[in-house]
Design a protein around this ligand. Structure first.
Ligand code: FES
Length: 337
């Protein structure tokens, strides 16, 4: 308790304001903000918030032995935002404006008096000011500004300020317009002149990094995304990430048992198979998403079959924490009764 109080007293008013924002407050904020987020970043922003859940961060922070809990939750890879302040959001279109957004949010944080205004209003106002300065549509900055706020909440203002604030895309990709990206996501592979007659031998492209022209693989119609990825021998995957024994998608069990293969779907979620009972049950158990939607934005690649071209994003970590977070929530609700 003493340590917590000491830490709190060293926090800036903005950090104290953010610390009062719960997972539920952020979920409500995100719902409000989505109305103002450009089409190109609507899915990306929701995926980013699923990749970096506040409740998991809080549980690890409050654990008596954080490393022990991480081990218990089978955490693998890079799950802490403090280690990827500039790089966690390269799949958002708004990443292009990260240097300016980061600077503007830092200045806003410095001048913050810790007031109790709505979180969504503050994100929107910040995005509006930056958009006016940059002369770009505000809808392109709302998602990335929300990401900046959450990054400060999890990484702390000092670490946030210490990050270089770099935009990590090459010039060619950074220059693409939002409309270009949206229309690329909507494209399907041509199946040749008589493609409409094909039934089983159709091939579809999976794009797993929209900012790398070579980050694509072909897969068969009705094949799950993880099997399709395993034929991709273009890189030494294990060297890039030990969670990737073959192909760009990390895998272990291939049977919805381990949670290693989760991905976010930026475009083409409607072209994947519906979530079957086992995938739906296990994805909740892992803690990645809690929904009964048939085609959500977060999927297990070893279960989702492809019936068209899709664009996905691969998170840099995996774990099994759904059950743990539910029991933490239950204990804290019982404590309030
Ligand atoms: S590889 Fe284990 S859940 Fe998909």
């Amino acid at each position: 308790m003493t340590t917590e109080l000491a830490t709190n007293s060293m926090q800036t008013p903005f950090e104290q304001f953010l610390e009062r924002q719960s997972e539920e407050a952020w979920a409500a904020t995100l719902t409000t903000l989505l109305r103002s987020i450009h089409e190109v970043d609507k899915n990306a922003t929701q995926i980013w918030f699923a990749f970096y859940p506040l409740s998991l961060f809080t549980a690890l922070q409050q654990a008596e032995d954080k490393d022990q809990l991480a081990k218990q939750l089978l955490m693998q890879g890079h799950y802490e935002l403090k280690d990827q302040i500039d790089s966690s959001h390269t799949f958002l279109y708004g990443h292009r404006y990260w240097p300016q957004v980061k600077k503007a949010v830092e200045a806003f944080a410095e001048g913050h008096d810790g007031d109790t205004g709505q979180l969504s209003d503050q994100v929107l106002e910040m995005a509006r000011q930056t958009a006016a300065r940059l002369k770009v549509d505000v809808s392109l900055l709302v998602g990335i500004t929300a990401v900046a706020f959450m990054t400060i909440q999890q990484a702390g203002l000092a670490a946030f300020k210490n990050a270089a604030g770099a935009m990590l895309l090459d010039k060619k990709h950074a220059n693409r317009s939002a409309d270009q990206i949206i229309s690329e996501r909507a494209k399907d592979d041509s199946q040749g002149l008589f493609g409409f007659l094909k039934t089983i031998d159709k091939k579809w492209t999976v794009t797993y990094d929209e900012n790398d022209a070579a980050a694509k693989y072909k897969m068969n119609h009705d094949q799950d995304m993880a099997w399709g990825a395993s034929d991709d021998r273009t890189r030494n995957w294990r060297e890039i990430d030990p969670r990737r024994p073959e192909g760009p998608i990390p895998v272990e069990c291939r049977s919805a048992s381990c949670g290693t293969c989760w991905v976010g779907v930026l475009g083409g979620a409607e072209k994947l198979s519906d979530v079957a009972v086992r995938e739906g049950k296990k994805i909740k158990e892992f803690g990645y998403i809690d929904t009964n939607e048939p085609k959500p934005l977060i999927r297990l690649a070893c279960q989702a079959k492809t019936y068209g071209a899709v664009s996905i994003v691969i998170p840099p970590w995996n774990g099994v924490f759904g059950k743990h977070l539910r029991s933490v929530k239950q204990t804290s609700e019982e404590g309030l009764e």
